[in-house]
Design a protein around this ligand. Structure first.
Ligand code: DHE
Length: 560
C-alpha cells in the first residue's frame, strides 16, 4: 500500500464534515474508517490522475459531492455526486462513459465499485502539503558522485537501451536494444510514469506517480540506483537541465499533489527549491490544485517549459539563477497535459485537452505562437514530426475522444518550406483511425511509417492493435497490427492494451507494450519497421504491466 502516511492522517478530515452534519454530507452514504482507508487508496491509484485530488475535475469530470457554477451567459448550474447517487455512480464506474472514462469492471471487484460509488459522495480528504524540508528528509544519496565510476564499466550500447515502466510492479526494466535482452530490473516508485535521460545519456531519471524519483547510473557493470528523493505524493513529470554549461546540473519535477514544481541537484537529487503553482486560471478563477503536467528542457536556453494543467498557464522557468528565479507566464487554455517539440525545436506544442486545442509556445520569443483547434481531447504523448508530401512539416497528435489523428502544420526557417507558410498552425489533415481512444503516436526521421495506438478504445480488437500509416501516401487506410495476436500469448479475460510505440535508435524497429492485468502475462512486441513483421516478443514473467518505453538516444535528443 502506498502513501499510507497521508492517507492515515487525513482520515479524520474526511469524516469530519459528516460528523458536523453539513446539508450535503448528511445524505452521503456512511462508511467505516476501514472502508474510507481502502477507498482513498483506490482513488489515489485509479482516479486522482483524471479527476484531481480535490475532485474538481480536469481530464475527468468534477466529482465533488456538490458543485455549482455560472456559465458565461449567466446560467447557473448545479450538480454533484450526491445528485447522481450510488446506483448511477456504480454504473458509470463499471461501464465507463462516452465522455472517455474507461470501464473499471475488469479492474475493480463489484464490492470495490460499490465502495468507490459511496466514497465519492463524501467530501474529498485534503492530503498534507510537502515542503522543501519534507523533500530533504526523504532524500537518499546512495552513491556519492565521487564514488561512482569514472568510465563506462560495461559493454552495453547505452544509447540504444530502453527504460521500460513495469507499472503495477513498481519497477523499471532496462532492456538492451541491440540484443533485446533484459539487462536489469530495478525497484522504482509506484507506477513510474515517465523516464527521462540525462543530457550525457549516462543517467536515467524515473518518476513514480507516488512522487518517488530515482536516478539510475548506467556506467557501473550493472545499472544501479544512486539516489532517490520524494517530490510530493502524486507526480507525473521530470526533466533535466540541458543547456550548454548546465548539462545535468539540475533536475526539475512537477507534482500533481501538492501542486508545485521543485528543483533538485541533477547528479545527487539534493533538494534545492520548491515553487507553488496555485493561483488563477485563464478564466480568472482561483484554483487550489493547479497540477504540473508535462515538463520539457529547452536545449537552446537555460529554461524548462512547465505546463500547469488547471490554470492553463505555460511557465518558462529560467534556471540560470535559482536565487532570483525568473519565470515567464504564458496564458493558453485548459487543461494542459502532454506535448512535444516541433521539428525545428523552437516551438513546444502541448495539448489543452478539455478545450480541444493544442497550444504552441514560441520559446525563442517567449510568447504564445498559436492556439490550434483540434478534434476532441488531443493526447499527443510527445507527438510526431514528419514532412507531409502535400503540406510540408507537420506535428501530430492523436485523440482520446475522436477517431482521428490531427496533423498540424508547423513553421520552418528552411526556405524550401516557405510555400507552406499559409498553412502554419492549422490542422491540415485528419488521419482516420478505427475508433477513439488513442494515446500515443510515433515516427522516426529514417522511417516512412507513422504509428498510432488506441489502448483506451472499449473494443478489444482495437485496443489490442496498433495502426500504421504510410507517410508517402496518407490517403491509404492504415495497416492494422493485432499486437495481442502477434505476441503469441494465450487469450486473456481482460483486454491487453497495445500501448506506446517507441523506436530503437536506428529507427528500424518499433517496440509496443502489450499491457495486460497484473496477474496476466504481458509482453513487449518488437516489429520490423519496414516489413511490419514481428522480430521478437519479450515475455519474461517479470515483465508485468509494461507501459511507457524510453529509448535512451531518442529521449535524449527528442526524436519523435
Ligand atoms: Fe500519462 C506522459 C499524465 C494516464 C502512460 N502522462 C504523461 C504526461 C503527463 C501524464 C502529464 C507528460 C509527462 C511529460 O512529458 O513531462 N497520464 C497522466 C494522467 O494524469 C493520466 C491521465 C491519469 C493518471 O492517473 O496518471 C495518465 N499515462 C496514463 C496511463 O494510464 C498510461 C497509459 C499508463 C501508466 O503508466 O499509467 C500513461 N503517460 C504515459 C506515458 C507517458 C505519459 C508512457 C510518456 C509518453 C512519452 O512518449 O513521453
Amino acid at each position: 500500500m502506498q502513501n499510507k502516511s497521508w492517507i492515515g492522517k487525513t482520515l479524520a478530515l474526511a469524516i469530519l464534515p459528516m460528523a458536523l452534519g453539513s446539508a450535503w454530507a448528511q445524505t452521503a452514504p456512511q462508511m467505516t474508517p476501514e472502508e474510507m482507508e481502502q477507498a482513498k487508496q483506490i482513488y489515489f491509484e485509479r482516479c486522482a490522475g483524471c479527476h484531481g485530488v480535490l475532485r474538481k475535475g480536469a481530464t475527468g469530470k468534477n466529482l465533488e459531492p456538490h458543485w455549482s457554477k455560472t456559465l458565461d451567459d449567466g446560467t447557473k448550474m448545479e450538480g454533484g455526486t450526491l445528485k447522481l447517487g450510488t446506483d448511477r455512480l456504480e454504473k458509470i464506474i463499471a461501464y465507463g462513459t462516452e465522455g472517455g472514462m474507461v470501464n473499471y469492471d475488469d479492474i475493480l471487484t463489484p464490492e470495490e465499485i460499490n465502495l468507490m460509488a459511496r466514497y465519492v459522495q463524501n467530501e474529498p480528504p485534503i492530503p498534507p502539503e510537502f515542503s522543501l524540508q519534507d523533500m530533504k528528509d526523504s532524500w537518499n544519496l546512495i552513491v556519492p558522485v565521487a564514488d561512482r565510476p569514472t568510465k563506462q564499466m560495461n559493454k552495453v550500447n547505452l544509447s540504444n537501451v530502453f527504460a521500460i515502466t513495469l507499472r503495477d510492479a513498481g519497477k523499471l526494466a532496462l532492456v538492451d536494444g541491440d540484443t533485446h535482452k533484459i539487462w536489469k530490473i530495478l525497484e522504482s516508485g509506484y507506477a513510474v510514469h515517465i523516464s527521462r535521460m540525462s543530457a550525457s545519456g549516462r543517467y536515467v531519471y524515473t518518476t513514480g506517480r507516488d512522487g518517488l524519483t530515482t536516478i539510475i547510473d548506467l556506467w557501473p557493470e550493472e545499472p544501479m540506483t544512486v539516489a532517490t528523493v520524494r517530490f510530493g505524493s502524486d507526480m507525473r513529470s521530470v526533466d533535466v537541465s540541458k543547456f550548454k554549461g548546465y548539462e545535468d546540473k539540475y533536475l526539475v519535477g512537477g507534482t500533481y499533489w501538492p501542486p508545485q514544481y521543485s528543483i533538485v541537484d541533477g547528479l545527487t537529487l539534493e533538494p534545492i527549491k520548491v515553487v507553488s503553482t496555485r493561483g488563477q486560471t485563464v478564466d480568472g478563477v482561483y484554483h487550489p490544485e493547479p497540477r504540473v503536467a508535462s515538463i520539457v528542457a529547452n536545449p537552446a536556453k537555460p529554461e524548462w517549459v512547465v505546463n500547469v494543467k488547471e490554470t492553463g498557464m505555460i511557465l518558462l522557468v529560467d534556471y540560470s539563477d535559482l536565487e532570483n528565479l525568473k519565470t515567464t507566464t504564458i496564458n493558453s487554455a485548459k487543461f494542459l497535459h502532454d506535448g512535444g517539440w516541433d521539428a525545428s525545436g523552437r516551438y513546444f506544442l502541448v495539448a489543452a485537452n478539455a478545450s480541444n486545442k493544442v497550444a504552441a509556445v514560441d520559446t525563442k520569443t517567449g510568447k504564445l505562437a498559436a492556439l490550434v483547434d483540434t478534434a476532441k481531447i488531443p493526447h499527443p504523448g510527445r507527438g510526431a514530426n514528419f514532412v507531409h508530401p502535400q503540406y510540408g512539416p507537420v506535428w501530430s497528435t492523436g485523440h482520446l475522444g475522436d477517431d482521428v489523428v490531427s496533423l498540424i502544420s508547423t513553421p520552418s526557417e528552411d526556405a524550401k518550406f516557405s510555400k507552406y507558410k499559409a498553412n502554419n498552425w492549422k490542422v491540415v489533415q485528419e488521419l482516420k483511425m478505427p475508433g477513439a481512444g488513442n494515446l500515443f503516436v510515433k515516427t522516426h526521421p529514417k522511417s516512412k511509417h507513422f504509428w498510432a495506438d488506441a489502448p483506451m478504445n472499449p473494443e478489444r480488437e482495437i485496443a489490442e492493435s496498433v495502426y500504421v500509416f504510410d507517410m508517402n501516401d496518407l490517403t491509404k487506410d492504415p495497416v492494422q497490427l493485432n499486437v495481442a495476436k502477434d505476441s503469441g500469448l494465450p487469450e486473456s479475460k481482460a483486454i491487453r492494451r497495445a500501448v506506446q510505440p517507441e523506436y530503437n535508435k536506428a529507427g528500424d524497429e518499433v517496440w509496443i507494450s502489450l499491457w495486460g492485468g497484473k496477474a496476466d502475462q504481458s509482453a513487449i512486441v518488437i516489429y520490423d519497421d519496414k516489413t511490419l513483421k514481428v522480430k521478437q516478443v519479450i515475455t519474461d514473467p517479470e515483465v508485468i504491466t509494461p507501459t511507457g518505453k524510453f529509448n535512451v538516444y531518442n529521449t535524449m535528443h527528442d526524436v519523435y
